[in-house]
Design a protein around this ligand. Structure first.
Ligand SMILES: NC(=O)c1ccc[n+]([C@@H]2O[C@H](COP(=O)([O-])OP(=O)(O)OC[C@H]3O[C@@H](n4cnc5c(N)ncnc54)[C@H](O)[C@@H]3O)[C@@H](O)[C@H]2O)c1
Length: 254
């Protein structure tokens, strides 16, 4: 028996580091996965990995979720893939970094669109389907940057967007409760994904700078974030809503 047996889970950003691991872990727990990304080839790879592991997954790509119409189409496609929707895992995001005051208005807007618009659009279009189902769960992947400032690199738009995601999660929980919809945020600290590992290369000084605020002095593995997400998505977490869970190696504790 998996924790998510029979549940239909929509994962955004399933071509990426944490989204791919989410697809594998949610499927391991018995969920039927609809995974979407703007990157078609990598998303197809995730579908293949999940199926090879014996899981069930449908890929819908390319979808650019900063476009509300494409977000609506994705949700409709997810609902028709397996006849309904139980869990929305809002994981896709795109952000830009840079110091004040040179951080451009264009970079600001792109980051707010990539981090704040996406989970709003997907939640908005998924909402009526969750209501029709008698309830469901929205999990928003935010960031430690929604709780504390960060200097490696400077991140004014990223902090603002993720504080927004955490605030939006509370509001979705309030408005969702009468419909049986739970809404929860997870705020990861630095996570080592294939992409971030490649970007950091052999720059050990930068790696140390990125993890310096954690108490554990290391990156998280994607699994260390997603195992919590699987629990929060399950009926075992039925009394949890409106909360934000830091999974940040202690970075926000001091
Ligand atoms: N990696 C970290 O250190 C870290 C830390 C805190 C929070 N997070 C958050 O975790 C989530 C996953 O991060 P990740 O490290 O796996 O990132 P990632 O870049 O590997 O994955 C994100 C995925 O989202 C997709 N995406 C981006 N913009 C999109 C759009 N407009 N439409 C559709 N898909 C789009 C990307 O193509 C990518 O596959 C993000 O919300 C990120 O902000 C990551």
């Amino acid at each position: 028996m998996g924790m998510l047996d029979g549940k239909v889970v929509l994962i955004t950003g399933s071509a990426g580091g944490m989204g791919r691991v989410a697809a594998l872990i949610f499927a391991r727990e018995g969920a039927k996965i609809v995974g979407s990304d703007v990157k078609t080839d990598l998303n197809d790879e995730t579908v293949g990995l999940v199926r090879d592991a014996g899981g069930e997954m449908t890929g819908i790509a390319p979808i650019d979720l900063t476009d509300p119409e494409q977000a609506r189409q994705l949700v409709e496609g997810a609902v028709s893939a397996y006849g309904g929707l139980d869990v929305v895992y809002n994981n896709a995001a795109m952000q830009r970094f840079g110091p004040m005051p040179d951080f451009s208005v264009e970079d600001w807007r792109a980051t707010e669109a990539g981090e704040l618009d996406i989970p709003f659009f997907v939640s908005k279009f998924a909402w009526p389907h969750l209501v029709r189902r008698g309830g469901g769960v929205i999990i928003n992947v935010a960031s430690e940057a929604g709780m504390i400032a960060g200097s490696n690199p400077p991140m004014v738009a990223h902090t603002a967007a993720n504080a927004g995601v955490i605030g939006m999660t509370r509001q979705l929980a309030l408005e969702g409760a009468p419909h049986g919809i739970r809404a929860v945020a997870i705020s990861p600290g630095p996570v080592l994904t294939p992409a971030s590992d490649r970007d950091l290369g052999d720059n050990q000084a930068l790696r140390d700078a990125v993890t310096s605020k954690t108490l554990l002095k290391r990156f998280a593995r994607p699994e260390e974030i997603v195992e919590l997400a699987a629990f929060l998505a399950s009926d075992r977490a039925s009394y949890i809503t409106g909360a934000n869970y830091p999974v940040d190696g202690g970075a926000s504790a001091w």
